[in-house]
Design a protein around this ligand. Structure first.
Ligand code: NAD
Length: 257
């Protein structure tokens, strides 16, 4: 089945960065899109047209913005319900996330909890809200944004790695449980992608440490958001029809070399 053409997608964190690129790529592939985010505006001030408006201007599909904090399951449920106006959710992208580093010995309970609430709890209940409708309907595809930080550990990023590793095993567990009910569940593990997350929150790209990372990337460049959106399209379209419980690493070769 093609869960994009003739279907509706919900993209959390769809206002900026990777989620914005996925929203546009999904619309190009035929999906109506619900952009679910804390804010309507992109975190990148140069992107002055909000995602839903851009989708409507540049594609033949419909799009709406729904204000949503994924750490509150009732917000995520409302975002998924908004897709009912477009025939119901067939693709769910749990993309909203936060990235922070810091010495393990300094991590407070609040730091820990607030990160896990978005990256893990948000993904968990986002998947649950979408799966409930997909199982009752004609199936669907759930795509979770993990990270290369969900494949291997990293000094200074214990909380983030723990959250993304958990997303990976959550993905495999849901693939086992929901596959028989027509719902495929996969994860994407991006390397370093040029977004506000890697230029502002943890300034790696554009800094000296970024140059060091670049030396370890065989393709010799950081990812742009479209590189990740291409993988997300594959996973939800007919091309990915037999892909379930898979982790797709999109990192220019950084992790395995
Ligand atoms: P970004 O900061 O550019 O965009 C994230 C979007 O999520 C923003 O629009 C933000 O408002 C929204 N958001 C944050 N918290 C939210 C919440 N509680 N509820 C709803 N929306 C919320 O980040 P990005 O680089 O596009 O990252 C997207 C995903 O990809 C994240 O899960 C991130 O961990 C993952 N990822 C990013 C990279 C990278 O290098 N940028 C690498 C690996 C994985």
């Amino acid at each position: 089945a093609d869960f994009l053409d003739d279907g509706a997608a919900v993209v959390t964190g769809g206002s900026s960065g990777i989620g914005r690129a996925i929203s546009l790529a999904y619309a190009d592939a035929g999906a109506d899109v619900v952009v679910a985010d804390l804010q309507r505006e992109s975190r990148d001030p140069e992107e002055d047209v909000p995602t839903a408006e851009l989708v409507e201007a540049e594609t033949d599909q419909s799009a709406v913005f729904v204000e949503c904090d994924v750490s509150d399951p009732s917000d995520t449920e409302a975002a998924v319900a908004a897709a009912d106006d477009f025939g119901g959710v067939t693709a769910m992208v749990n993309n909203a996330g936060v990235f922070r580093g810091g010495d393990f010995l300094d991590v407070s309970e609040e730091d820990f909890q607030s990160l896990l609430d978005v990256n893990l709890k948000g993904t968990f209940f986002g998947a649950q809200a979408a799966a409930e409708r997909m199982v009752a309907g004609d199936g669907g595809a759930i795509v979770n944004l993990s990270s290369v930080a969900g494949l291997r550990g990293s000094a200074g990023f214990a909380t983030y790695c723990a959250s993304k590793g958990a997303v990976r095993l959550l993905t495999y567990s849901l693939a086992a449980e929901l596959g028989p009910q027509g719902v495929r569940v996969n994860a994407i593990h991006p390397g370093l992608v040029d977004t506000a997350m890697t230029t502002e929150d943890v300034p790696i790209i554009g800094s000296e440490s970024g140059e060091q990372y670049l030396d370890g990337i065989p393709l010799g460049r950081f990812a742009d958001t479209g590189d990740i959106a291409d993988a997300a399209v594959y996973l939800a379209s007919a091309a990915g029809d037999y892909v379930n419980g898979e982790s797709i690493t999109v990192d220019g070769g950084m992790t395995n070399t």
